[in-house]
Write a protein that binds this ligand. Structure first.
Ligand code: FES
Length: 109
């Protein structure tokens, strides 16, 4: 069953800047962003420990905008495929989920 989320103006602006945003609750939510024109979504759960990358309050994107960042212990994930490239999650990857954009909403799952 898919879930639909309305993106706020701030979320759309962040995605337009190439950054990821969380949609839905901190626990059980998703990370959504655009990579080279393609919208991507991942389950918002680090592969090191089952916590949200953004810890419910931070941006899930690293300061330099190049990776998804887990704020708990600093794991870095590639935005294009969710693969962990540094930190205690090495060799693992975020769980990708299908995402479709429809105007100001995204449908996930
Ligand atoms: S919980 Fe994410 S790096 Fe440890």
């Amino acid at each position: 069953m898919s879930r639909r989320f309305v993106l706020t103006v701030a979320q759309r602006a962040e995605i337009a800047r190439g950054r990821f945003v969380r949609v839905g609750p901190a626990f059980g939510g998703f990370l959504v962003g655009r990579v080279r024109g393609t919208l991507r979504a991942y389950v918002n759960e680090c592969r090191h420990r089952a916590v949200p990358l953004d810890l419910g309050v931070s941006s899930p994107t690293s300061d330099d905008g190049r990776h998804l960042l887990c704020h708990q212990h600093g794991a870095l994930y590639r935005p294009e495929d969710g693969q962990c490239i540094a930190g205690p999650c090495a060799g693992e990857g975020l769980v990708a989920v299908p995402v479709v954009e429809n105007g100001h909403t995204v449908e996930i799952g």
